[in-house]
Design a protein around this ligand. Structure first.
Ligand SMILES: Nc1ncnc2c1ncn2[C@@H]1O[C@H](COP(=O)(O)OS(=O)(=O)O)[C@@H](OP(=O)(O)O)[C@H]1O
Ligand SMILES: Nc1ncnc2c1ncn2[C@@H]1O[C@H](COP(=O)(O)OP(=O)(O)O)[C@@H](O)[C@H]1O
Length: 618
């Protein structure tokens, strides 16, 4: 692993959320205390106070609460950052208060987090707040979610209670885009399963929390594909010794840049090659990764200014003036209203922006979409279209949390009034209206549905699709397979296997599937669809139109797929002949919320198809 890579994975950014009194401060205190990160003098003060209050355990909440109160002075957003380290990793905790109206603090504190800890009181179970925090974590794209079921001592260390809460949470999380979910039963007060394994819960075979935090693998969370370097300043030759070239400095906002890479400068569109890269302090490096500050020199003299961006010629951010975004409103005294103008600050530039339409307000507790909403108040989240005065470069937030986010600033007061996550470009042309027809779905045979199959290459998706289609058609039910391989001969012939191309592949296929399903056909999609966010998109497209959608995860282990290797592709991928091959050199994010999971032991494709159709009542 390169030095920078290792440094980054040694730092874990944590966000914590819980309802008032769930024991969040105690848990953080316990982590700090048991990992011996507390300064001795602070500890003594706490022990004194606890003794005065007559509490049995050292009251660790005093530690974080005290620090928070200190930090609160002079900061407007109430997020306390705490740092601690173990020999294996460094940690930064953004401690966001659990109070009902504190959505904005969560958004602020958690937007860069690698992992979110959500606390549940074992006696109370999953509350409205738990749902809210889980939803926000998924919205913010936090890759890892850890649910600590706390106060297990108050439910007699009951495994049944833990399992019950776990089931309830998983049920709710199925609606969210969560890729890594871990449950840990703890008692923060006494320290059970926080740093050391609890002797009271022998039934729990997983890791204590700190172990989990030290082990969770985050190096692959980073987007190494979409190379983005927003230019923060231009270094002139006279500013740098021994050089007669200009160089461009900034922090890599995605992907990686290497010496020798061809790059495109945006928005001008000129291309050139990276000739050298320097890390801070003038150290020459061969590669720069996301998060690294770097200065780059190019082979050609191009007119580049602050706010420009370097990317790859075949992988560019969107450039446009119309955004589709989710926005969380922060201002207490004024509401967001369509038609109002703000200053929008993105990763590279800032420009005037107008809210051209508020599409819906999202109830973060029920996920209900209120399409009649005409404003957003404090802590409310809405989906909207924004029209910018100047074009901006951006990526969807699900692909890049930096180039995909922005803040809105109120021009009159210079206050930050909102934070936004870009869903994508808003391509809906004002001159194109949705044409309603005279035949509604209810007047057709309303039999459409989409069965979305995901799994590794060779997992058995096509074999199963064929059996499903055959049976449905034999029953007289219109059915049709959309197979990745086949679509790539026509509709998607222009797409390869980069992450961006796969996302587009899935976007198009999801849209076509929804059209077929709307027309009354059972669509059987057979695509690797390796990214959770893309599958979530496909589900959303269907849910938006009230179309039936079922995700079927063909869960054949990589070793089996590789052993089968019907097309000889794995062998080629191993020898390096095929780049970006799923499972080998490109990730597959396992579904957590598939309606149906198929394993090799379930038997031949025909039997599995029978069972699926029976289960789904098709
Ligand atoms: N680099 C790489 N990675 C994965 N797969 C590859 C690749 N190159 C070619 N193939 C062949 O393309 C098929 C997968 O296409 P999909 O459209 O399903 O892929 S994706 O959903 O966009 O990820 C897949 O077909 P299946 O084996 O039927 O899954 C492969 O045969
Ligand atoms: N249930 C199964 N058990 C064993 N082998 C299977 C099963 N389903 C499919 N196969 C075999 O696995 C290989 C890959 O199947 P395929 O349906 O083409 O996968 P995919 O479409 O996911 O790439 C084929 O050789 C197929 O015969």
């Amino acid at each position: 692993m390169a030095g920078e890579d290792r440094d980054r994975s040694e730092l874990l950014r944590l966000a914590t959320a819980g309802s008032v009194d769930d024991g969040k401060s105690t848990l953080i205190g316990r982590l700090l205390f048991d990992s011996k990160s507390i300064f001795t003098d602070q500890l003594e003060a706490i022990e004194r106070t606890s003794a005065q209050r007559g509490t049995e355990f050292t009251d660790l909440a005093l530690l974080t609460d005290g620090l928070r109160a200190e930090r609160e002075q002079g900061i407007t957003i109430d997020v306390a950052y705490r740092y601690f380290a173990t020999p294996r990793r460094k940690f930064i905790i953004a401690d966001t208060p659990g109070h009902v109206q504190y959505t904005r603090n969560m958004v602020t504190g958690a937007s860069t987090a690698d992992l979110a800890i959500i606390l549940i009181d074992a006696r109370k179970g999953v509350l409205e707040q738990t749902r809210r925090h889980a939803f926000l974590s998924s919205l913010l794209g936090i890759p890892h979610l850890t649910i600590c079921v706390n106060k297990m001592d108050l439910v007699e260390w009951s495994q049944a209670r833990f399992d019950e809460i776990r089931e309830e949470f998983i049920d709710f999380a199925a609606k969210l885009n969560v890729t890594d979910l871990t449950f840990i039963p703890i008692s923060a007060l006494a320290g059970d399963n926080v740093v050391t394994r609890s002797a009271n819960m022998g039934w729990y075979t997983g890791r204590p929390l700190l172990d989990h935090l030290e082990e969770v693998y985050i190096a692959s969370d980073r987007n190494l594909i979409d190379a983005r370097l927003p230019v923060q300043y231009v270094v002139r030759p006279q500013d740098r010794e021994g050089s007669d070239h200009r160089a461009y400095a900034g922090t890599v906002a995605g992907g990686r840049f290497s010496v020798g890479d061809e790059v495109v400068v945006l928005p001008s569109g000129f291309t050139s090659t990276v000739t050298s890269l320097w890390a801070p302090g003038g150290r020459k490096v061969d590669e720069a990764f996301a998060g690294m500050a770097v200065t780059a020199e190019l082979a050609d003299e191009i007119d580049i200014v602050r706010g420009d961006m370097l990317a790859r010629p075949n992988n560019r951010p969107h450039v446009g003036r119309d955004l589709d975004a989710l926005v969380c409103w922060f201002a207490e005294d004024i509401d967001l209203e369509p038609g109002r103008r703000y200053i929008l600050q993105g990763a590279t530039s800032s420009t005037r922006a107008e809210v051209s339409e508020l599409n819906y307000r999202l109830d973060v507790n029920t996920l209900h979409r209120d399409e009649d909403a005409d404003r957003l108040s404090l802590n409310e989240i809405g989906r909207m279209w924004l029209h910018l005065r100047e074009p901006m470069m951006f990526d969807p937030y699900v692909r890049n949390r930096e180039t995909g986010s922005f803040i809105l600033v109120d021009e009159a007061t210079n206050r930050t009034v909102a934070a936004g996550m870009i869903t994508g470009p808003h391509t809906h042309n004002a001159n194109i209206v949705w044409q309603t027809t005279k035949v509604g779905r209810d007047q057709r045979a309303d039999l459409g549905a989409t069965l979305w199959m995901t799994g590794l290459s060779g997992s058995g998706k096509s074999s199963l699709a064929i059996e499903l289609e055959r049976r449905l058609v034999a029953q007289g039910r219109p059915a049709y397979i959309l197979d990745g391989d086949n679509l790539r001969h026509g509709l998607n012939a222009d797409l390869g296997f980069t992450a961006v191309d796969r996302t587009e592949n899935i976007r198009r296929t999801a849209q076509v599937a929804a059209l077929f399903a709307d027309a009354g056909i059972v669509v059987i999609v057979s695509l690797i669809s390796p990214f959770a966010a893309d599958r979530a998109y496909a589900r959303e497209v269907h849910q938006d139109q009230a179309l039936e959608f079922h995700e079927i995860f063909v869960d054949t282990p990589l070793a089996d797929c590789e052993h089968r290797d019907p097309k000889g592709l794995y062998a080629k991928a191993r020898s390096g002949e095929i780049p970006d091959f799923t499972g080998i050199s490109s990730p597959y994010e396992r579904p957590l919320n598939a309606e149906i999971v198929v394993k090799p032991a379930d038997g031949p494709a025909g039997d599995v198809a029978e069972a699926i159709l029976r289960d789904l009542g098709l």
